[in-house]
Write a protein that binds this ligand. Structure first.
Ligand code: ADP
Ligand code: MG
Length: 357
């Protein structure tokens, strides 16, 4: 089910976001066009690649003389990070750490743990990478879904507290405070990956590019004609529909919702974003949260966090950090809350309340 939904959303987003280019591409392509202007010649050679990694469909697109090199390097980087960070791959750095409880981390994993622990503090525990034992109890990693008993959740919740992790930023040594603790960077890894790709683009002199990692988008610069990228924000009810269109430049646009990965049992739906305070899928009145920020890692971490917080706390959090991000939140009653920093960049036919500082 996940597969079908993701495909639908990628196709939709690709066609909407890349409205400047010919069509949705299934394979690597490179097209060359040169636009002569009076002062300079702008090459808009395009390279684009569809990749399946991190359990999702991704599209990487770059424009410029080194577009093909940039896209090839981006693909390698996605695969490298997937191998490093995946909890499902027994050989990954994170899986090994989860088996032993201590390690000296690589630069990438170290950076992510540092950011994740920071977020854990700032979000008052909503973002908690130590959630993995609970993810396992619900069967999300293996897709052998089940509803755990209250007792199981109670005992596992003693293990899920990221503030018990000891991490030294200089030596990158990490150790868990308790036997049985395990971490999961799934709430932050894709945003980090898209931000890494932005760096790869820049190193290859790309000034216009876009990545779509399973509906999570990050844009470099503008489209080649100088207009902003148009990003469709997915609808949680019907992934073939969208909540609205956001115009962005140099921003990540990352959405979390209970509709992305879930299972049903006895008529109830259980999704993959867990409230660390209860051990159950977060049900705090929001159905979707989109974060818009220059920092892809932050955007990913916060999309998960604000979804867990619910509208009131999320708005409070935004007011304290409005220089770092903006957000679009959809409540169960169908109202969209859009923070004022992006009020003019978001077009929608739904009811909108602009949130002011
Ligand atoms: P997606 O990865 O589907 O785009 P998210 O960014 O919201 O969605 O990440 C959800 C993932 O984050 C889960 O699959 C799980 O790996 C992890 N996760 C779940 N609950 C939490 C939490 N409270 N704190 C941090 N990570 C979480
Ligand atoms: Mg996230």
């Amino acid at each position: 089910m996940k597969l079908k939904m993701v495909l639908a959303c990628v196709c939709l987003s690709t066609s909407l976001m890349l409205s400047g280019c010919s069509n949705t591409k299934q394979t690597t392509t490179a097209e060359t066009k040169s636009v002569q202007t009076e002062e300079k010649s702008v090459s808009d050679e395009e390279a684009s690649k569809d990749i399946f990694a991190m359990d999702t469909y991704m599209t990487v697109t770059a424009y410029g003389d080194q577009a093909q090199e940039a896209v090839d390097e981006a693909e390698k980087e996605i695969q490298r990070l997937d191998e490093l960070l995946s909890t499902g791959n027994e050989e990954s750095e994170i899986a090994k750490l989860n088996q032993t409880g201590s390690a000296t981390l690589s630069e990438d994993a170290g950076y992510l743990v540092e950011r994740a622990l920071e977020l854990n503090k700032e979000t008052d525990g909503a973002f908690d990478i130590a959630i993995y034992p609970i993810m396992e109890a619900w069967g999300f990693p293996t897709q052998n879904y089940q509803v755990p008993t209250e007792d199981t959740l109670k005992s596992l919740m003693q293990l899920t507290d990221a503030s018990k992790i000891t991490y030294n930023e200089d030596s990158r040594k990490i150790s868990f405070g308790q036997e049985g603790m395990k971490i999961d960077l799934g709430g932050i890894a894709k945003g980090y990956t898209s931000s890494r790709i932005m760096n790869i683009f820049k190193e290859n002199n790309i000034s216009s590019g876009l990545v779509n990692l399973g509906g999570n988008v990050q844009a470099l610069g503008t489209k080649t004609d100088g207009s902003k990228w148009r990003v469709a924000v997915q609808s949680p009810d019907d992934t073939e529909d969208y909540l609205g269109i956001l115009s962005v430049q140099d921003k990540a646009v990352i959405t979390s919702g209970g509709y992305e990965r879930y299972f049903e049992q006895d008529g109830k739906t259980y999704h993959h974003i867990i409230d660390p305070k209860t051990g159950y899928p977060a049900e705090n009145g929001l159905t979707s949260v989109t974060i818009v920020s220059e920092d892809g890692t932050l955007a990913d971490g916060l999309s998960t966090s604000l979804f867990i917080m619910g509208k009131e706390k999320a708005i409070e959090f935004w007011k304290a950090h409005s220089d770092e991000f903006d957000t679009i939140m959809l409540t169960k009653d169908g109202t969209l809350y859009v923070t004022e920093g992006i009020g003019d960049d978001f077009s929608t036919e739904l009811n909108v309340e602009i949130v002011k500082r």
